[in-house]
Design a protein around this ligand. Structure first.
Ligand code: MSP
Length: 509
């Protein structure tokens, strides 16, 4: 049986349309999912939409729609974008689905039965856009410390979750599992937050309707974060703990942005502790994208629309750029110029050119039929070993979600390929019939190294990898066994590759 692997994205609010920030998390999760499948794992990859809460209710009112109409409309935009970006998710959960609503009610009931949810009264400062309550001391000039928008004082009857009770257990868990919260800097932030003391958390609302009713007290709806976080288990069939839940839970990794780390690294694990369910193995918080140096916002009208990017530059260029440009975990800046530069230099020049020139040479010197390699020289051995050690390196780097470094490591082999050709100078060898065997070895090495490169690239740029492999006469789906040297069979017919990435004029936009 294949080992199971479960990766998730956040579920996206439907009051906003998808932008590159959303695309980024989902792409990262897709690379993880594709790579794990390549390595022989049975992958469950979940994404979806977060459709309840006051924010969605307000957006729907403003648009003259019901919340569900709004959700139906915007959810489709997310789904269409994921298709366009070649996202290979296993399931798409919507929090308005029955399976989710049942699961949330069951989870709430379970914690309630345990005595860890109780009815009380709430009075505090509420930030509607963030759906978060703040104490007066946390406010900055009576504004939300996260988004700097005005807050309002709310008093309401509320159910509370005894989060304070789980403070020590959570600290012990974070201590015992150094990889639970990543990157490390974020882990330290969470540690100091928890050490300052956890308050009980309000987990129901009576001030609006658009949500999942609290079991047994329909005046209340379940707090949107309790509702949303539960998606990671309701999609697996919870409260049924057999089937997918048994196979995939706990999640191997929740991929999220840094702004929602506290919900995932404090609230979620303590809810699960109360419900006596296993804690996810890892939560990784990536950084935020700015655009041409500025915060992305509707009011600045600088929101980068992924559909437009894909139409303009192609899906794989966008996939490559977002994961290559910025180390995962750090903030980054998006600019068209940087994207165009990456396309021209990394994709057109380095990657595309290598395939193009090497397949052209095979056509010219061996009529496109891959010859048998003969004796290996020190130069060949170095190139072969570099290719094989890249496979090991990339494995370790992807384990750490270091996408950019993994791509760098692949690109070192691509550059080594271009250098190998320059050093072995096949055009000189071709002039001397006595060097035919030497020329054959050079041809084999430069093409076999690229086969392995495209195997790894299938996680990052599925279409490009498929094209590259097709030129190399490889028609099977890349798999783990194929990551070792020697897969290309002599006698294979290899076609001359067209440009994989045409160069783009560098004149800004
Ligand atoms: N609905 C909640 C998540 C619930 S998960 C149980 C939510 N949704 S969101 O649509 O507002 O944001 C989803 C993700 O997009 C977050 O991980 C957030 O970090 C990410 N991003 C939003 N803007 C971003 C950038 N400008 N850059 C990078 N990621 C950003 O929060």
């Amino acid at each position: 049986m294949k080992p199971a692997f479960y990766v998730t994205t956040p579920i996206y609010y439907v009051n906003d349309v998808p932008h590159i920030g959303h695309a980024y998390t989902t792409l990262a999760a897709d690379v993880v999912a594709r790579y794990k499948r390549l390595k022989g794992f049975d992958v469950f990859f979940l994404t979806g939409t977060d459709e309840h809460g006051q924010k969605v209710e307000k957006a729907a009112n403003a648009a003259g729609e019901t919340p569900l109409e709004l959700a139906d409309r915007v959810m489709k935009r997310f789904q269409a974008l994921w298709e366009k970006l070649e996202i290979s998710h296993t399931d798409f959960i919507r929090t308005t689905q029955e399976r989710h609503k049942n699961g949330v009610a069951a989870l709430f009931q379970r914690v309630l039965d345990k005595g860890d949810i109780y009815l009380g009264e709430y009075e505090d400062w509420y930030c509607t856009p963030c759906e978060t309550f703040w104490t007066e001391t946390q406010l900055i000039d009576f504004k939300c410390p996260d988004c700097n928008r005005p807050t309002e004082k709310l008093k309401e009857e509320s159910y509370f979750f005894r989060m304070s009770k789980y403070q020590d257990q959570l600290l012990a868990h974070i201590d015992a599992n150094p990889d639970f919260i990543q990157p490390k800097s974020r882990r330290n932030e969470i540690l100091s937050f928890v050490k300052e003391g956890l308050r009980d958390l309000s987990v129901s609302r009576t001030t609006f309707q658009w949500g999942i009713p609290v079991p047994g007290n329909e005046k209340h709806v379940v707090y949107v974060w309790f509702d949303a976080l539960a998606n990671y288990i309701t999609a697996l069939g919870y409260p049924d703990e057999s089937g997918n839940f048994a196979t995939y839970w706990p999640a191997d990794v929740h991929l999220i942005g840094k702004d929602i780390l506290r919900f995932h690294a404090v609230y979620w694990p303590t809810f699960l502790m109360a419900a006596e369910l296993p804690i996810p193995k890892r939560v990784f918080a990536h950084g935020w994208w700015t655009v041409e140096g500025q915060k992305m916002s509707k009011s600045l009208q600088n929101v980068v629309e992924p559909n437009m990017l894909v139409d303009k530059y192609g899906v794989d260029a966008v996939r490559y750029f977002l994961l290559r440009e910025v180390p995962f975990g750090l903030d980054g800046d998006f600019s068209h110029q940087a994207l165009i530069h990456r396309i021209n230099s990394d994709l057109a020049n380095d990657l595309g050119n290598l395939l193009n020139r090497s397949t052209a040479m095979l056509g010219k010197y061996f009529a496109g039929v891959l010859p048998d390699p003969s004796e290996e020289t020190a130069l060949d051995a170095t190139y072969r070993e570099k290719t094989s050690s890249m496979v090991v390196q990339v494995d370790g780097l992807l384990e750490d979600l270091a996408f950019s470094k993994a791509l760098q490591s692949i690109w070192e082999v691509i550059s080594a390929g271009n250098k190998y050709i320059d050093e072995t100078a096949p055009w000189v060898l071709a002039k001397d019939p006595a060097q035919k065997e030497r020329l054959a070895t050079v041809m084999y090495y430069m093409l076999e190294s690229q086969r392995i490169v495209y195997f790894l690239l299938s996680a990052f740029m599925p279409k490009t990898a498929e094209k590259g492999l097709c030129y190399l006469g490889w028609t099977e789906t890349p798999d783990d066994q194929g990551l070792v040297w020697g897969g290309l069979k002599p006698g294979t017919v290899i076609a001359k590759a067209e440009a994989l990435f045409p160069r783009i004029e560098e004149k800004g936009e």
